[in-house]
Write a protein that binds this ligand. Structure first.
Ligand SMILES: [Zn+2]
Length: 275
């Protein structure tokens, strides 16, 4: 039997499981219990920071979380925003459609920067690794450069986990990234989406914008027997932002439809599945 954490969804395949007061607790939950993040303080810090922001870029992927961030920045915080999408070549067409519709509805300018991440994606699929860290680093760097060029100081993103105990991060060149949804639950995010012309796409891997995530997860699953998203999703459960049942569904092995595999392999000029 696999040892499981009694607080989040981690198990011994993912991380170390310890015994605390007679209960199985994962290493991450133990650290969390010893130094719990102060939710009220993080939210307050976020509110204070946002009250100083008059204009900003919103890192806009057309996915559900950045759509919520865009809405809040514009409507709740009255910030003069520009939605900027970094299109890495494998954005789901539905995400681009959502981005166009939502930005038009909110009367926000949408800029699309085209990039080519083929090398990152090829490498990830061939080696059955997660492409997410490299992809997100490249995207943040493209946005940082754009912000500097256009005289913006702030980049607002739709991440729900704070950076440790803070909702913001200082980037080089004096740019500040703000995680606007820090500690916002999935339920709250879904409520906001209902107000917008946003259609949730059915894509494997529970992404609402990326065509690479599903195939990459499938490959990783085949090699390791679990999802590379497991740790991040376990953290959402630990922070009380997502319920356990939904979280367990999100870390199941995805079923990538044939059309998606074909499209990805064709665009990358690669045959992954016969390897
Ligand atoms: Zn845990």
């Amino acid at each position: 039997m696999v040892l499981k954490c009694s607080l989040c969804i981690n198990d011994e395949r993912i991380t170390k499981i310890l015994t605390v007061n007679g209960r199985p607790i994962c290493k991450e939950c133990k650290a969390f219990l010893e130094h719990p993040p102060d939710k009220i303080k993080i939210r307050k810090e976020l509110e204070e920071l946002l009250s100083q922001v008059d204009k900003a870029i919103v890192a806009y992927s057309g996915g559900k979380d950045s759509t919520v961030a865009l809405y809040l920045a514009k409507e709740e915080y009255d910030i003069d925003v520009e939605a900027v999408m970094v299109d890495h070549g494998f954005m789901a067409p539905q995400a681009i459609e959502n981005a166009k519709k939502v930005s038009e509805y909110l009367n926000v300018p949408l800029t699309i920067i085209r990039e080519d991440y083929s090398e990152i994606f090829k490498d990830a699929l061939l080696k059955a690794k997660s492409p997410c860290r490299k992809c997100s680093r490249r995207t943040m760097e493209a946005l940082r450069k754009y912000a500097l060029e256009k005289g913006y100081k702030y980049i607002i993103s739709g991440h729900e986990l704070p950076f440790g105990h803070h909702p913001y991060r200082l980037m080089s060149g004096g740019i500040i990234q703000i995680r606007l949804l820090s500690l916002m639950s999935e339920k709250e995010r879904m409520e906001i989406l209902k107000k917008l012309p946003f259609k949730l796409p059915e894509l494997p891997g529970y992404t609402s914008n990326c065509l690479i995530l599903g195939p990459a997860l499938e490959r990783y699953w085949e090699k390791h027997g679990y999802s590379f998203e497991h740790r991040r999703i376990a953290a959402l459960v630990r922070y009380g932002l997502l319920d356990r049942e939904k979280a367990l569904k999100k870390v199941e092995k995805p079923k990538v439809p044939e059309w998606q595999w074909e499209l990805v392999e064709k665009k990358l000029n690669l045959i992954v599945r016969s390897l």
